[in-house]
Design a protein around this ligand. Sequence first.
Ligand code: NDP
Ligand code: 2IT
Length: 444
Amino acid sequence: MSYCQKVLALVKKTSPHEPEFLQAVTEVLTSLEPVAAENPQYEKMGLLERFVEPERQIMFRVPWLADNGEVRVNRGYRIQFSSAIGPYKGGLRFHPSVYLGIIKFLGFEQILKNSLTGLPIGGGKGGSDFDPKGKSDNEVMKFCQSFMTELFRHVGGDLDVPAGDIGVGGREIGFLYGQYKRIKNVSEGVLTGKGLTYGGSLVRTEATGYGLVYFLEEMLASKGHEIKGKKVTISGSGNVAIYAAHKITQLGGTVVAMSDSNGFVYNPDGLNIEMVQIGKEIGRKRIKECFLSSTGTKFNEDCTNIWSIKCDIALPSATENELNQKDAEMLFGNGCIAVAEGANMPCTPEAIEVFLKNKVLYGPAKAANAGGVATSAIEMQQNSMRTFWTFDEVDTRLKDIMVNIYRKSAEAAKRYGFEGNLVVGANIAGFLKVADAMMAQGIV
Ligand code: NDP
Ligand code: 2IT
């Protein structure tokens, strides 16, 4: 049995109830076979056993008072997965589906994603099973304050820097930051995605969606295609989806479908992205409600059916395992030429197989959606320097980083005999830097 397969068997034994974590580890360790074979010293140093085990896992109680006077209790998490190349860095997710396995898979993916950005950030992730939907601003504030009242002792500008993810946007980051500052009595860049008046960076709000489209542009260009004139389906209608849609439209593409967990909207002539943005960001509406006054836009109640819509490009940007083998076959059958992942692990392993087998260009999450965390690292740089860069300065850096990630991943795939397979390429390119750093620092 190869070293990678031995470590995979170990993880299956130690984390049997965490299917998302196992899914992520299986893909990565399978990709790393040629690298492990070339570097027998990894096995001697127990490198992969250490790589798949979080450095620290924190779970805590989050009690808070609802507006009606009832006491509510949620569970909070922060997984500090790897500090090999820098302080732990990664988002916080507030969603009822959150449990340890989800946070572990996200934290594990984050290690390699952050490495791919080329910036000195380690991997972490956190969150809670708290559902911000249907809660008042006051309840969200109370929850965030209670969450930070425990989390503050584990994070810090040079230690662990959380940010947003599903259910955590500008409003939540503001409440979390306020409470941290109040308890610690220090103004430091302990969170990213902050508001522009208190240490945030221009472009961070747009960064994941914009970065996804910059990556897509580069991937399409490798085969002589461009975004102009293409029909694009984007699942989700949150932070990532909205700004991906914005950039696609700016570059001459047409967004034909978007969704939320209640269903999807569809217009073959193109959706009005501003209506989504205003409805979702300001009104916190359901996607159906954003288009009540619009003729020509249809609504379908099953969000999973979004992949049946004919499109040239698909950008799954909602959540994990939202696109399965059947969806992938439908997309390919309808002429889809490229898929880039805005969400983390949105395509099932069987769906990825369909794309690779049929030569559909496929950009895996840890490469394609790294623009968000890369711009978070740029926000950290500005905080450390006590400075503020212009929109164009940050946007130019983001674009360079995304182009570099594409090239690094494509080159690594080619070098290890998997030309065109960005799954293997991104996993190897991200891993090599982390492995070097781990080897240099001894058994820790
Ligand atoms: P948001 O909370 O802003 O939006 C999430 C969107 O996805 C909403 O439209 C939501 O619909 C939908 N969604 C979430 N869960 C489900 C589900 N179980 N089934 C169907 N639809 C669902 O989150 P983000 O846009 O920030 O995150 C989206 C994805 O992108 C996640 O996978 C996240 O990990 C990833 N990501 C985010 C980054 C960031 O910077 N924000 C960076 C890199 C990756 P509804 O409102 O109905 O729940
Ligand atoms: O999945 C991700 O990369 C994020 N949610 C962004 C993390 C960050 O620290 O900006």
